[in-house]
Design a protein around this ligand. Structure first.
Ligand code: FPP
Length: 234
């Protein structure tokens, strides 16, 4: 008998291994990122098909600024093109679009392209596509605390802090997936990851396809989520 497949409300991806994918083929790293964008698009389609409510992608971290300038420029050029071609298609498909991180520090033309998308998507009600750009989990927590302090509050409770995260009011990730065999969170969604199932996949990010997606859902479905309790909850 086929085991029941559970669909997470929110799945998050740490997209790792673009550089290694390119190196294996003796191609420049940016071609690895280009293939990485295609994998991201495949995962968005899979999430929509599966009826997932929210999907997050770690595209650029607060630490990625230390990469060679040429690679940073290539990445933001891709983000701009992705906004114009793919995100505008997602807007037409009714997806809600959000960016997590301080996008004001991105190149001006990238910021303009992203703001245009946010404006176009503002009334959408469909699946949430959340892209982390210039994002760091510790930075997010500090920003939230400072926002609360600025409001004059002297005692912070869980709900207030949660509400002040970029994801305030949205579900925490049920599952965080990292590609390329690395087994760490690398400053991704530190607050929201509290009860997330972690799935580490050996395949490199550009190789992610429907078969890998299905394998992830199977692994997630077999996990026993107890949230500190002794009973099985789902
Ligand atoms: C990690 O692979 C990947 C990144 C730092 C960038 C992820 C970006 C994309 C998939 C494309 C741009 C995104 C959008 C939204 C258009 P790595 O370079 O660290 O790979 P390596 O560890 O093999 O070197």
């Amino acid at each position: 008998m086929q085991d029941e497949i559970k669909i997470p409300r929110h799945i998050a991806f740490i997209m790792d291994g673009n550089g290694r994918w390119a190196k294996k083929r003796m191609l420049p790293r940016k071609l690895g990122h280009r293939e990485g964008v295609k994998a991201l698009r495949r995962m968005v389609d899979e999430c929509e098909k599966a009826g997932i409510e929210m999907v997050s992608f770690y595209a650029f971290s607060t630490e990625n600024w230390t990469r060679p300038q040429e690679e940073i420029d290539a990445l933001f050029k891709m983000v701009g093109e992705f906004a114009e071609k793919n995100l505008s298609e997602y807007v037409r498909r009714g997806f809600r679009i959000m960016f997590m991180g301080d996008i004001t520090k991105l190149p001006a033309d990238t910021v303009a392209a992203l703001k245009k998308i946010l404006d176009q998507a503002k009334d959408n009600k469909g699946m949430i596509v959340n892209i982390a750009l210039n994002y760091g989990g510790r930075d997010e927590i500090l920003r939230a605390v400072n926002r609360i302090l600025d409001s004059g509050v002297r005692e912070i409770d869980m709900q207030t802090l949660s509400d002040c995260m970029y994801t305030g009011g949205l579900p925490d990730p049920d599952v965080i997936v990292r590609s390329s065999g690395e087994k760490r969170l690398s400053n991704f969604m530190l607050w929201q990851a509290a009860y997330a199932e972690l799935v580490f996949v050996d395949d490199l990010w550009p190789d992610f396809d429907s078969a890998i997606f299905e394998k992830i859902l199977r692994e997630y479905s077999q996990r026993d989520r107890r949230y500190g309790n002794v009973r099985r909850i789902n």
